[in-house]
Design a protein around this ligand. Structure first.
Ligand code: ATP
Length: 366
């Protein structure tokens, strides 16, 4: 069993960190439940590998605790953590056969040979490596090698969590989906906690039931792919998830109006009140491209825009437009009437999200 808890965790590679900027991981509390299929998603440099290495024991955190089933493991070396880690590049012994590579972790633990063989055969079967068992690892393709790497994590019965650090980077695009499906299958078959690090939102949402989005050393949201899309808790999640991401407007409240630059926005009283009472001046409204309606005539609910381009993408069109000197994206359904250069945009008030200091403020819509 492995429920992994991160308590007040922070990490700096500096000996004497001077401020928040010196931290690769900023103060975080997080729980990965036993048996979950999780993704850790975020851009390059946000701290994903650092966090994974702290969980696996390759790195000791400078602050806070890592708990496995409630027990502090900060000082436990990786080999005593019952965790397997699969890296970007396959870690295998080229001169050994596939069989011996898979058997290695078991033999290393002095497992008797009569127990090694059935386990290796079982794992080889799941990963479709059986025909390759007698081959030297150096003769394998990149995806076969990566499967052997994964297999080495799976042979041990004592492994209760597998950490994947961008494991499909070296895999051909057409084989990626196959390996992803395999991982999903493995997750369903074994009761193993899996944490899958990636910077690719599609990879994260096809693998994981829940995604932790990391930004600047922090988990800014932990939710299902749907929650991340529908209610991004942080502006970064809105921007990072979705294709294209959320549009944001920095707004201010003046004389009972909400202004985006000089443009008053037609928004409901609830949102207006929440903006009027905000204690910070960092106020943004977010709207997904899916929830902007474009029309050729103005209504009380719409604002004038300049259309820059319309891209026909088959099942929808992507409209790029300018409002208050800022570029926006709107997705229009197939068959939408053509729009000219001068048009009007209406932001669906029920889908407008309010962010104060970059975090979502829940407002019930009227
Ligand atoms: N060994 C190290 N020494 C000093 N700084 C490091 C070290 N490893 C990572 N960092 C820094 O810590 C921060 C987080 O890096 P990390 O590799 O964890 O991010 P990441 O999200 O995994 O990025 P990537 O996807 O590019 O691997 C970055 O600013 C990075 O430069």
């Amino acid at each position: 069993m492995a429920e992994i808890t991160l308590k007040g965790l922070a990490h700096s590679y500096e000996k004497t960190p001077k401020g928040a900027a010196d931290y690769a991981i900023r103060q975080m509390d997080h729980v990965w439940h036993q048996g979950g299929a999780y993704a850790l998603l975020g851009p390059s440099g946000c701290g994903k590998s650092t966090l994974l290495n702290i969980i696996s024991g390759l790195l000791e955190p400078s602050e806070g605790d890592v708990l496995f089933d409630g027990h502090r493991v900060n000082e436990l070396p990786p080999e005593e953590r019952n965790i397997a880690q699969v890296f970007q590049f396959p870690v295998i012994y080229d001169t050994m056969t596939v069989f011996d590579n898979l058997a290695f972790p078991l033999r290393n633990m002095n497992t008797p040979e009569y127990r090694v063989k059935p386990k290796v055969l079982e794992v080889a079967d799941i990963l479709e490596l059986t025909p390759l068992l007698d081959r030297k690892a150096k003769n394998l393709t990149a995806d076969e090698k990566q499967k052997v790497s994964m297999g080495r994590g799976l042979v041990r019965d004592d492994v209760t969590a597998i950490l994947f650090d961008e494991p499909l980077t070296v895999i051909d695009p057409q084989l990626k989906w196959k390996l992803r499906r395999k991982l999903k299958e493995i997750h369903e078959r074994f009761n193993i906690t899996m944490i899958y690090v990636t910077h690719d939102q599609l990879e994260a949402s096809t693998f994981a039931d829940k995604i932790a989005v990391m930004y600047d050393g922090q988990v800014v949201q932990f939710g299902t792919p749907r929650e991340l899309f529908e209610r991004p808790a942080h502006t970064f999640v809105g921007y990072f998830i979705g294709s294209p991401g959320m549009n944001f407007m920095a707004v201010e409240h003046q004389a009972d109006q909400v202004l985006f630059g000089a443009q008053p926005l037609p928004i409901n009283a609830q949102l207006r009140r929440a903006i009027a009472t905000a204690t910070s001046s960092n106020i943004k409204l977010g709207i997904r491209p899916e929830f902007i309606a474009i029309s050729t005539s103005q209504t009380a609910e719409s604002v004038p825009i300049q259309v820059i381009s319309v891209q026909d993408l088959g099942t929808y069109s992507l409209v790029t437009f300018s409002l208050n000197g800022q570029t926006f994206k709107a997705r229009l359904p197939e068959g939408h009437p053509p729009v000219g250069e001068a048009a009007f945009a209406e932001f669906d008030n029920a889908k407008l999200a309010l962010y104060i200091d970059e975090y979502l403020v829940e407002t019930s819509h009227e």
